[in-house]
Design a protein around this ligand. Structure first.
Ligand code: ADP
Ligand code: ZN
Length: 229
């Protein structure tokens, strides 16, 4: 397996994007860039951006592009993403963000845009039982808790319910998915970049489907800059 890929994973809240993106980042040796995690990091550090973004996040609203795009731009300009690529999780989620991303990446192009398809009633059940580590963002659920008393298996952080996993904020996020992100799925499909993947079944089943789909689309590339290929 040659490392490196430029991937986007789209899918409703609770479709399993976070879990699958971590696995893809290990498989292809690429950074996992989650705008939700980056924003939660800024909130936790109480940076000016974090303080501003929190109001939107707690309500389930989208954080305005003026706040978000600079953060994404800065992350995409780092050596690891330039050299090996990335798997983007939670960005873009509007057509406007996707157009901005194309401009940021040019002349490079995406390998594959994956749409993780999961029915709405399944994601609602998953979100209600979802718990996350406040420090590293690892996902758990009430049926698959950490080994010890809501302490993260990965980093020892506290595992809690997200402040925006309330019924009202979940509903708002799913509605925004329908109005803002569903058109984006169509937009990528229209330019021939979209690959739909069934997101139901076990996490291993889904990873296997994703890897198979990505490998069908991915361009071969050198292992790192300057080694040639
Ligand atoms: P979810 O997919 O369940 O909404 P995320 O962790 O991806 O969870 O995002 C949490 C929140 O962070 C969103 O509800 C939104 O407020 C903000 N956010 C994340 N990514 C974006 C984005 N691309 N554009 C605008 N806001 C975003
Ligand atoms: Zn953790």
């Amino acid at each position: 397996m040659v490392p490196g890929a430029r991937l986007i994973v789209l899918g409703k809240q609770g479709a399993g994007k976070g879990t699958q993106c971590v696995r893809l980042s290990h498989h292809y040796v690429i950074p996992h860039i989650s705008t939700g995690d980056m924003l939660r990091g800024a909130v936790k550090m109480q940076t000016p951006l974090g303080v501003e973004a929190k109001r939107f996040m707690d309500e389930g609203e989208l954080v305005p592009d003026e706040l978000l795009l600079g953060l994404v731009d800065e992350r995409l300009a780092q050596d690891d993403t330039i050299g090996r690529g990335f798997v983007l999780d939670g960005f873009p989620r509007t057509v406007k963000q996707a157009e901005a991303l194309d401009r940021l990446l040019a002349p490079l192009e995406l390998d594959t845009v994956l749409d993780l398809e999961v029915p709405r009633d399944l994601v609602l059940a998953r979100l209600a039982s979802r718990r996350v580590c406040v420090d590293c963002g690892t996902n758990y659920s009430t049926s698959t808790p950490p080994k010890v008393d809501w302490i993260c298996d990965v980093c020892g952080g506290e595992v809690v319910q997200r402040p925006d996993d309330t019924e009202a904020a979940i509903k708002r996020r799913l509605d925004l998915y329908d109005t803002e992100t569903a058109p984006l799925v169509q937009w990528y499909a229209a330019s021939g970049r979209l690959a739909a993947v069934d997101g139901t079944g076990t996490p291993d089943d889904v990873t296997e489907r994703l890897v198979r789909t990505i490998d069908e689309h991915r361009q071969p590339r050198p292992t790192s800059r300057g080694t040639g290929a």
